[in-house]
Write a protein that binds this ligand. Structure first.
Ligand SMILES: Cc1cc2nc3c(=O)[nH]c(=O)nc-3n(C[C@H](O)[C@H](O)[C@H](O)COP(=O)(O)O)c2cc1C
Length: 274
């Protein structure tokens, strides 16, 4: 992409992904990214002394603790999350890796309890229809498909057990969808981009880890994302752009649960093919 010709450095525009590697590497800070107003905070100019060459800003020990201590939070304090903290999380989400540097992840944020509850009611209604379809054994597959649900998700043994329990809890007044979280972030991406689902996934994880550093907790909720994926009318009501699909929904708030220890995990499934 970057080559020298006739004593001049040339950057090939056709294959350039605008990933900014050249900016990051140039020791003179000679490469300036100027992509107009869409590119907020374009990095340019000479890096501060030591900033590009120093040790990584997070120690291996700190990172290990961060990933081990992050838990899905399903009980939140009622107090709202300051907007600045949500903004910090969302800003960090911009730096997640994306295929062909598409940066196609986009976020819709709900902080108004009335709007959250409206969406919650829509999602619950969707799963009541799911439950009814499932009970119609003869036509379950077609009815679930008509609801827009993918069979792999809708017919998974886990979902067959989880959805009735989810509805039972809802009927008992327990919020098993958003856990009464003060903020809900819907992560969507333009379907026309390269591997948009992966952009949304990595951005979601970045948001979740970022939240942890800010003293916040998160939980990914597939109930909401799958309902939104299946229902274009809901996406439209939330003003998610028509070309976007929803991939993840993240609840955010101050945790009202306090972990005593790190739970075990299975051993890494690794095969060294050498
Ligand atoms: C794609 C995805 C969907 C999830 N959906 C739900 C959900 O609908 N409800 C829920 O309570 N947790 C959900 N979770 C959270 C998982 O249950 C949780 O990550 C897992 O049990 C491991 O626990 P930990 O996140 O505390 O480490 C989801 C996680 C992922 C990655």
């Amino acid at each position: 992409m970057v080559r020298e010709k006739d004593g001049r450095i040339k950057i090939g525009r056709v294959m350039c992904l605008e990933c900014g590697h050249c900016v990051a590497l140039c020791p003179e800070g000679a490469i300036v990214v100027d992509e107009g107003p869409d590119f907020a905070e374009a990095t340019s100019g000479k890096p501060e002394e030591g900033s590009a060459t120093g040790p990584p800003p997070v120690s291996p020990e700190a990172f290990r603790e961060l990933v081990r201590q992050r838990r899905s939070v399903r009980q939140y304090e009622a107090r709202p999350v300051p907007r600045e903290l949500l903004e910090q999380m969302l800003d960090n989400g911009r730096w997640a890796p994306t295929a062909a540097n598409c940066q196609c992840q986009a976020f819709t944020v709900l902080t108004d309890p009335a709007r959250r509850d409206w969406l919650s009611a829509q999602v619950v209604e969707f799963y009541r229809a799911y439950q009814e379809a499932l009970q119609d054994r003869e036509h379950a597959a077609e009815r679930l498909a008509a609801l827009g649900l993918e069979a792999g998700f809708a017919l998974h043994p886990h979902m067959r057990v989880a959805v009735p329990s989810f509805l039972k809890n809802t009927d008992a007044g327990r919020d098993r969808l958003f856990f009464a979280a003060p903020a809900v972030i819907i992560v969507h991406a333009d379907e026309g981009e390269v591997l948009p689902a992966s952009a949304a996934a990595f951005a979601t994880l970045t948001l979740a880890l970022s939240a942890e550093t800010l003293g916040l907790g998160t939980c990914i909720t597939a109930y909401a994302s799958e309902a939104l994926r299946a229902r274009p009318d809901l996406r439209a009501a939330l003003e998610v752009p028509e070309t976007h699909q929803v991939h993840y929904v993240l609840t955010v708030g101050y945790p009202a649960e306090h972990w005593q220890q790190v739970p075990p995990r299975r051993a890494a499934q690794v095969r060294w093919w050498e």
